[in-house]
Design a protein around this ligand. Structure first.
Ligand code: NCD
Length: 298
């Protein structure tokens, strides 16, 4: 049994293996009822559209079943049940548990109590490994990931998608440009870790300093729900926005990605440029999660 908790647990060959499998699923090279006798429990203790629905879609496409908790209010979590107890119970119902939780470390904790595989679908400001796989998958469809320049723009302090992706990219010799408003910079501990892994990391304040050098620009929203108070959110709200005007003289193959939802940081007019790839990226969540579910429930 294996859990999918953090990108830190993966070597490059594990990521490449999963991406290759995802490509096969995408090309329709699989037995349609492969997970016929399997059931996944989707335990979402935090809002989600894409992640939850693409995991459910992936199960359905493979002939599997799923059960889900979609809100804290509708579950016994409001009665004070511990995560450990919920996980022990769900282990008796399902063949895998997909967990989204507001607390960093929740998925790791869950994996200690689960007797079935746990997939981390986002733990607070921690990690979001299945998102990273679909991010890598989307890049890889357009260009080899090795040695490219990637800009991570936005809330790099609380953004778990940025944390996971940066760690994964460090396995591909990527040069990382971090671009964050003041106070939302990538935590120093992560920058240190990336550099220890041999990654070149360049920190910026303004996207225009580096936009023309990038192969991929990965934009993220400000993670308002993780701010300690609303004043600190309003200090940084609307501090960056990608518009078509900014995209003059960029590399021809520049790819703009966003894990979505967006909240104003990409002008919808950008959607009509050839650089916008975020809807395609969201779509890639399905084959990637098919590959993941298949691997953990073998
Ligand atoms: C992201 C998340 O939940 O971390 N969404 C997603 O899974 N696609 C990004 C976000 O909420 O900003």
């Amino acid at each position: 049994m294996y859990h999918i908790i953090s990108i830190r647990d993966f070597e490059r060959r594990d990521l490449d293996y999963l991406l290759d499998r995802a490509q096969e699923f995408d090309a329709g090279k699989y037995q349609p009822r492969m997970l016929e006798d399997k059931l996944a429990a989707l335990l979402f203790v935090e809002p989600s559209t894409r992640t939850r629905m693409s995991f459910a879609t992936a199960m359905a496409r493979l002939g599997g079943m799923w059960i889900s908790v979609d809100s804290v209010e509708a579950s016994s979590i409001v009665k004070g049940e511990t995560l450990a107890d919920t996980i022990r119970v769900l282990s008796g119902y399902a063949d895998a548990i997909v967990l989204r939780h507001p607390k960093e470390g929740a998925a790791r904790l869950a994996s200690e109590f689960a007797t079935v595989p746990v997939i981390n679908a986002g733990d607070g400001a921690g990690q979001h490994p299945s998102q990273t796989l679909l991010d890598l998958y989307t890049i890889r469809q357009a260009m080899p990931v090795d040695g490219i320049s990637v800009g991570l723009l936005g809330d790099l302090r609380y953004g778990r998608t940025a944390h996971s992706l940066a760690l994964a990219l460090s396995l591909y010799g990527v040069t990382l440009h971090t671009i964050a408003p003041e106070g939302l910079e990538m935590p120093e501990s992560i920058i240190f870790e990336l550099r220890e892994r041999g990654m070149e990391v360049v920190e910026h304040k303004d996207v225009q300093e580096v936009l023309q050098e990038l192969d991929v620009l990965y934009v993220t929203r400000i993670q308002r729900e993780r701010f300690p108070d609303s004043a600190s959110y309003y200090n940084v709200a609307s501090s960056y926005r990608i518009t078509p005007d900014l995209l003059t003289d960029v590399r021809e193959h520049l790819m703009i990605l966003h894990p979505l939802p967006r909240a104003g940081e990409i002008d919808p007019a950008v959607d009509r440029t050839p650089y916008a790839r975020y809807f395609e990226q969201a779509r890639n969540g399905v084959p990637v999660r098919m590959a993941l579910l298949r691997e953990v429930m073998r």
